[in-house]
Design a protein around this ligand. Structure first.
Ligand code: ADP
Ligand code: ADP
Length: 226
């Protein structure tokens, strides 16, 4: 079943920069797909469009067969993780994860249950009442991932989430993300310029060209997992 599609998408910014050009892509349910390519090739632009942030100049992007803006407006099906964890420093770990659930009006007991569950999944059950400043970079990113997963999104968008982490921390988070993917059965779109990361994490890699926004090829990766 198709979850995301780009149909002949061009994206030209007001500055005149061509970020995507005749971009075509179809992503199936349960896929872990990496967008791989050099800086400036349009990876983030593509990801943002899936979240309804920015319209196609030509062509169209569909998510669950609808416009991304409608999906965002009417459901919790899409979540976004950025390179920076973007935690609120005055809120505890638990309260950071609760925030999007509060905003969405999920009832109090239910949201606590969801938040604790995802924090356990990312290995932070002993840090519910810690503040962001007490955490390492890797732990902050774990909170950010938990916050994105709390509302059980069907589609998880990740834009270079591990780029700012040291190598060892990055590898640990990569392994844990694979486990989360297998457990949650979400579709993951993952932006990276790191070839090893793309190969290690993805079931499919969309290789993009430095000549902006062109899809060069799709690679199927044989993951050593069911
Ligand atoms: P990547 O994520 O692969 O590094 P981006 O999607 O961020 O690439 O950017 C693609 C191109 O579009 C780059 O040339 C970038 O400078 C340009 N660009 C990105 N965002 C904007 C914007 N808001 N306004 C104008 N140009 C932009
Ligand atoms: P609550 O627990 O009721 O959410 P908070 O203590 O988290 O209350 O803060 C309430 C609001 O005050 C926040 O949404 C934010 O807008 C503002 N605020 C609190 N602390 C800060 C801070 N350190 N920097 C900026 N804004 C803050």
């Amino acid at each position: 079943e198709e979850v995301v599609s780009f149909q002949h998408v061009d994206k030209v910014y007001q500055s005149g920069t061509v970020a995507l050009s005749q971009f075509d892509l179809s992503i199936a349910d349960g896929e872990f797909i990496s967008f791989l390519g050099p800086s400036g090739c349009g990876k983030s632009t593509a990801l943002r469009m899936v979240a309804g942030l920015g319209e196609a100049t030509n062509g169209r992007v569909k998510v669950f067969n609808q416009s991304p803006k409608d999906v965002i407006k009417h459901s919790n099906d899409i979540a976004y993780v950025f390179q920076e964890a973007n935690l609120l420093p005055w809120r505890t770990v638990l309260d950071n994860v609760l925030l999007p659930l509060e905003i969405r009006g999920i009832n109090k007991e239910k949201r606590k249950e969801c938040a604790v569950e995802v924090l356990e999944m990312v290995g932070l059950k002993d840090y519910l009442h810690a503040y962001p400043r007490q955490l390492s970079g890797g732990m902050k990113m774990r909170v950010s991932i938990a916050r994105a997963l709390a509302a059980k999104p069907k589609l998880l968008l990740m834009d270079e989430p591990f780029a700012a982490l040291d190598e060892m921390t990055r590898q640990t988070l990569q392994m844990d993300l694979l486990q989360i993917w297998q457990k949650e059965k979400a579709t993951i779109l993952f932006v990276t310029h790191n070839v090893y990361e793309a190969v290690y994490l993805s079931s499919k890699i969309a290789v993009m060209s430095a000549r902006p926004g062109r899809l060069v090829t799709m690679i199927d990766v044989d993951l050593p997992y069911p």
